[in-house]
Design a protein around this ligand. Structure first.
Ligand code: DAH
Length: 315
């Protein structure tokens, strides 16, 4: 019996043998019932056998339980020597990267960074920019109007108005931020970003403008030389107005920005005397600049928040 207990391999078998021995109809139970018929020595012998067997059962039970637990642990074992999953550290968004580059360059030229509200009033987004309600140029921009007459800022030009109202002249600033228009395709997103430059002083001319823009582009794109093409254009807030194109990959002209000498009406609207001060403004797409620099072709990807895209774009 003792050997039998020691050799049992499962808790179920052990339980069965225990019942056979100590259960209501068990062999030991029966023998204990007959104990009264035994002499003292035989009683002592039986008592001892009874205790020994119970202890053996207990021991084997705990052995088998232990083994079962160890087997369970082995199955779910953690290999602490495995290399950890690489940590998913965040990276800077391409727009953040390019903002650091853009602001670094413009600030080194003495331009001061400004921001403004994305919900603008009619005055700062249009009227002060020499674009009154009846002006056809308002149609150039598919504006999101709010019920109270405010708009989602359609152009960072609104920031130049705010800066001139606040600081007056002379002023050398750039504004940067989100802008909104009702358009969407691979190169247009209803929310996009613009940069606006403004330099007003007593003797600022268009050659200052072209020099700064050229130097800016050279540094931003890390090119030795940047070839520009200046085309006459029209914006209500500049007179004369130009558009600046840039030679790209040695053969293609890219339209980069609108620009011009700030219209005297705009200066007056901001409390600056146009007979005393003059200067230039320029505005262009921050997203577009980042797309060109990093070779990206779908503006919408900037706003998907897809880390896989960021990684595949090299960020
Ligand atoms: N605000 C214009 C636009 O959104 C861009 C622009 C053109 C800005 C000429 C300027 C400028 O400051 O002088 O299309």
């Amino acid at each position: 019996m003792q050997e039998q207990i020691k050799n049992i391999q499962t808790l179920e078998e052990l339980q069965a043998l225990y019942t056979e021995t100590f259960g209501k109809n068990g062999t030991m139970t029966a023998r204990l019932k007959e104990m009264k018929n035994l002499d003292n020595d035989a009683r002592a012998e039986l008592n001892k056998e009874n205790t020994t067997l119970r202890e053996l059962f207990k021991m084997r039970q705990s052995e088998l339980e232990n083994a079962a637990m160890m087997a369970g642990l082995k199955k779910q074992k953690l290999d602490v020597s495995l290399n950890p999953e690489p940590e998913n550290a965040g990276t800077l968004h391409p727009l953040t990267h390019s903002l650091a580059d853009i602001s670094g360059i413009l600030e080194s030229f003495g331009y001061e960074m400004w921001t403004g509200p994305e919900i603008e009033d009619d005055w700062h987004n249009f009227t002060a920019l020499n674009t009154p309600v009846y002006h056809p140029a308002r149609d150039m921009q598919d504006t999101f109007f709010l019920p109270n007459g405010n708009v989602m800022r359609t152009q960072t030009s609104a920031i130049q108005i705010r800066s001139m109202e606040k600081k007056g002249a002379p002023i050398k600033m750039f504004g940067i931020g989100a802008t909104y228009r009702k358009e969407i395709d691979a190169t247009h997103s209803p929310m996009f970003h613009q940069i606006e430059g403004l330099y007003i002083d007593k003797d600022i001319t268009m050659s200052n403008l072209i020099g700064d823009v050229q130097e800016f582009l050279k540094r931003f794109f890390e090119m030795d030389n940047v070839e520009l093409r200046i085309r006459p254009s029209y914006f209500p807030f500049t007179e004369p107005s130009i558009e600046i194109d840039m030679k790209w990959n040695g053969n293609k002209w890219l339209e980069l920005m609108g620009s011009g000498m700030v219209h005297p009406n705009v200066l007056s609207n901001c409390g600056i005397n146009p007979d005393e001060y003059q200067g230039f403004a320029f505005g262009f797409g921050w997203d577009r600049l980042a797309m060109l620099k990093y070779g990206l072709n779908d503006i919408r990807k900037f706003y998907d928040g897809d880390v896989r895209w960021l990684e595949s774009a090299g960020f």
